[in-house]
Design a protein around this ligand. Structure first.
Ligand SMILES: [Zn+2]
Length: 295
């Protein structure tokens, strides 16, 4: 049985972390943000730099050099695993991989992880971005995701870190993956081979330690803005509609994933933004951005 789990989400929503938690099993493989290898847009994406540190990585040597549409199928065969986890986030890639996987008889699941807006705002703010930076990231990603009609289950990041055992066991139950005690402690796994993804998460893996269970302790400089942010979030119809949709599709209340959903293929023409994004990506392949430390 081949099962592809795509971890989707706006940037800084915990996608790499969830990818590694799910990939923390002998019969599973975490790819990380593999889209960057097949559709590079930054200079560092042209090098096959696996997080295991080996150059070249013996695992990626086996699986990287195939056309993109054969990639996941090839991973199942070459690595002899039942589960492949892909946290590419990129919406065009999520649409394309849905089509490729379904046409090859691979069962697919889309898990959309999202952070509470205040925590998301903080994640961007502490990286030096403006207080409102999160807003466009959050609305544009979710708006496009919902309009694509892809089947999905939503997972709240804050709920996951509050009770990782319970939430991870729920996801495992949906995707048919065995849960074992300690699966959430992804940093204890010694054999990760994922590409790109969150620098913070890779640091946790290399240090064999994680602070993910710690509550976000906001510094006073950020705390001073919380009340105003909360007020604006409450008044923001677009945000409220997104939160509503996420809550309605919460993984805790929709534990089954129908056979029809698993076989869903989006019909062409795709949404207009798909073609725009693909064209932009093509240009970036020839004029890539400079590496900025994070994907
Ligand atoms: Zn490796």
């Amino acid at each position: 049985m081949s099962t592809l789990i795509k971890v989707c989400g706006a940037s800084r929503s915990g996608t790499t972390m969830l990818d590694l938690m799910l990939g923390n099993a002998k019969d599973a493989f975490s790819c990380g943000e593999v889209v960057a290898w097949f559709r590079p847009w930054r200079r560092n994406h042209f090098k096959l730099e696996c997080q295991c540190g080996q150059i070249p990585c013996s695992i990626w040597e086996k699986i990287a050099y195939v056309p993109a549409n054969k990639f996941h199928k090839n991973v199942f065969t070459k690595l002899n695993v039942n589960f492949v986890v892909d946290s590419s986030k990129d919406l065009c890639w999520i649409i394309d991989t849905q089509k490729w996987a379904v046409s090859k008889g691979i069962t697919t699941y889309n898990i959309l992880i999202w952070k509470n807006p205040i925590n998301l705002a903080y994640s961007h703010w502490k990286r030096g971005r403006g207080l409102d930076y999160w807003h466009k990231e959050f609305t544009s990603y979710h708006d496009r995701f919902f309009k694509s009609n892809l089947p999905f289950r939503a997972l709240n990041y804050n709920e996951l870190v509050k009770d990782p055992q319970k939430m991870l066991a729920k996801i495992c139950n949906i995707v048919g993956m065995p849960y074992f005690d300690g699966k959430e402690r992804f940093w204890e796994n010694h054999s990760y081979h994922y590409l790109f993804g969150s620098g913070v998460t890779s640091k946790q893996v290399s240090e064999k330690y994680s602070r993910i269970w710690d509550k976000d302790d906001f510094p006073p400089e950020f705390e001073a803005h919380i009340q105003d942010l909360e007020h604006r979030i409450e008044q923001d119809t677009q945000i409220q509609q997104i939160l509503n949709k996420l809550n309605k599709n919460d993984i805790q209340f929709h534990s089954n994933y129908s056979e029809q959903e698993k076989k869903f293929i989006l019909q062409k023409p795709y949404p207009l933004w798909y073609y725009g994004k693909m064209a932009k990506r093509m240009v970036k392949r020839y004029f890539p951005e400079t590496y900025s430390g994070a994907i």
